[in-house]
Ligand binder design. Structure first.
Ligand code: NAP
Length: 470
């Protein structure tokens, strides 16, 4: 596909291949944008921002609602694109499209809700003759940089609110998965988004990212991706608003009073979706010693029943990782854990980019599978004694995006909710829960700011204070 900049679809002599992670076959190519393309995209987006600012909230509502409807109508085609470029199994790709429809629908509705408030200036001494109110305005140009693992819905989470708020948006999709974003751009243009109100720039983030995020006319950077790239963007971006949706190694606590069967089902649902390449995937399972063996016994057959294979086959539940080198990294982390005393309960093998669904037990701090973000189809199980130790282990991480506890005790659940350092806290459900309208974002090194259309609109707008002096 071509990229979309300067109000037109553009090809470049240099291209980036887009391959199918399952069999390595070439699906398509996209242009390798260069620094001049970044300048062109921003210059065009300046005009686009003026065009977007001139639209009414109702216009933006109608365009985004139409986009949601059109995406629903093309769901099968988008799901196939996601599956081919990302390796996501087709059932999960279909779910992602459905979620993106919801994200655009919520964004459309948020276009109607941008509001300021009256500020009672006469309530401060000597200001009886003053009258003030706030106005919420678009920032202008939003740069939206997205990761490979949800190539449609995470783009929708940035583009929907940016447009709803009346901004121009420059998308920089992940180089492994640019096609879903390009198709979404095409669809949004069909729905009436002004020709320069949206740009979709393809090419390596390492080569064009600095120029994009540091450009003075880009007033907001919304980034979803790895911690290290996020940190770099924060350093390079300079004085502007940033939202950072970064990684995690989400913990799931199992207390002795939990329904073990339910926990095992939730672990499979939360730990192995998209081959574990989900930012809120369950990675660290912290199990009270009283039920440690029971939990592993319940989990093992469920993990062994996961069907791996070709993502386009409807029966497949687990597909490949995005790249073979990531699968090799995950295998090497298993080896390191085993060398440090961990046991492989099931799995542990790999064929190319396909990693067997794996359960590691007896893990401890100091192992990469515990300390870092694994981003692969495995859970790492550790033993704890009581709620104090379980909470301490859960908090022993530089990340804090999602956490879960299974317990029947209100006291344990309350302590978990109040004491665990995490943006999302799930009680009697797995870590990988996200409804697209909820405030979503991490604590600690998992990020800054929140997504979810109404929260993202706040992050992509500025408040102006107006004072009438009578
Ligand atoms: P990544 O390697 O950090 O890449 C993310 C995006 O950043 C890609 O578009 C990439 O472009 C671009 N990029 C790379 N270097 C850049 C630079 N110097 N300046 C600007 N942009 C740059 O992450 P990923 O491997 O695609 O995604 C996995 C990560 O995302 C995991 O850590 C996961 O936890 C996180 N994630 C977080 C959330 C959340 O909501 N918190 C959701 C999903 C994923 P190229 O592809 O061209 O390199």
């Amino acid at each position: 596909m071509k990229m979309y900049i300067g109000g037109e679809w553009a090809a470049r002599a240099k291209t980036v291949p887009v391959t199918n992670p399952f069999d390595g076959s070439l699906i398509d190519t996209v242009p390798h944008a260069n620094l001049e393309d970044v300048a062109l995209a921003v210059e065009s987006a300046r005009r686009g921002a003026r065009a977007m600012k001139a639209t009414s909230a109702y216009d933006r509502f109608l365009m985004l609602r139409k986009a949601a409807d059109l995406l629903q109508a093309r769901a099968a085609d988008f799901a196939k694109t996601i599956s081919l470029e990302e390796g996501k199994v087709i059932s999960e790709a279909t779910t992602e499209v459905g979620r993106a429809v919801q994200t655009l629908t919520w964004s459309a509705e948020e276009a109607k809700r941008m509001r300021g408030e009256t500020i009672p200036l006469d309530a401060s001494p000597g200001n009886a003759t003053k009258f003030g109110f706030t106005v919420r305005v678009p920032v202008g140009i939003v740069a939206a940089i997205s990761p490979f693992n949800f190539p449609l819905n995470l783009v929708a989470h940035k583009v929907g609110p940016a447009l709803a708020a009346g901004n121009a948006v420059i998308i920089k999709p992940a180089s492994d998965t640019p096609l879903s974003a390009l198709k979404l751009t095409e669809l949004l243009l069909e729905c009436g988004i002004p020709a320069e109100g949206i740009q979709c720039l393809t090419g390596p983030g390492g080569a064009i990212g600095d120029a994009l995020v540091s450009h003075r006319d880009v007033r907001k950077v919304t980034f979803t991706g790895s911690r290290d790239v996020g940190e770099r963007i924060c350093k390079v971006a300079g004085l502007k608003k940033v939202t950072m949706e970064l990684g995690s190694n989400s913990p799931l606590i199992v207390m002795p009073d939990a329904d073990i069967e339910k926990v095992a089902v939730a672990t499979v649902a939360s730990g192995y979706g998209n081959a574990g390449q989900v930012c809120i995937s369950t990675q660290r399972v912290i199990v009270d010693g009283k039920v440690y063996g029971d939990y592993l016994d319940a989990l093992k057959p469920k993990v062994e029943a996961i069907v791996s294979g070709n993502p386009l086959e409807p029966k497949t539940q687990l597909g490949p990782m995005i790249r073979e080198r990531d699968a090799a990294r995950v295998s090497s982390w298993f080896d390191e854990a085993v060398a440090g005393g961990a046991r492989i309960i099931t799995g542990g093998g790999r064929s190319g980019a396909l990693v067997q669904p794996t359960v590691l037990a007896d893990v401890k701090a100091g192992m990469k599978v515990v300390d870092d973000e694994l981003f692969g189809p495995a859970v790492a199980v550790a033993r704890a004694s009581g709620i104090d130790e379980a909470i301490a282990l859960a908090n022993n991480s530089r990340f804090g995006l999602s956490a879960a506890i299974f317990t029947e005790s209100i006291t344990s659940a309350m302590r978990f909710a109040l004491e665990v350092e995490s943006g999302n806290l799930n009680i009697n459900g797995g870590t990988a829960f996200r409804a697209d309208m909820m405030p979503y974002g991490g604590l600690k090194e998992s990020g800054l700011g929140k997504e979810g259309p109404s929260y993202a609109v706040e992050e992509m707008t500025e408040l102006k204070m107006v004072v009438f002096h009578r």
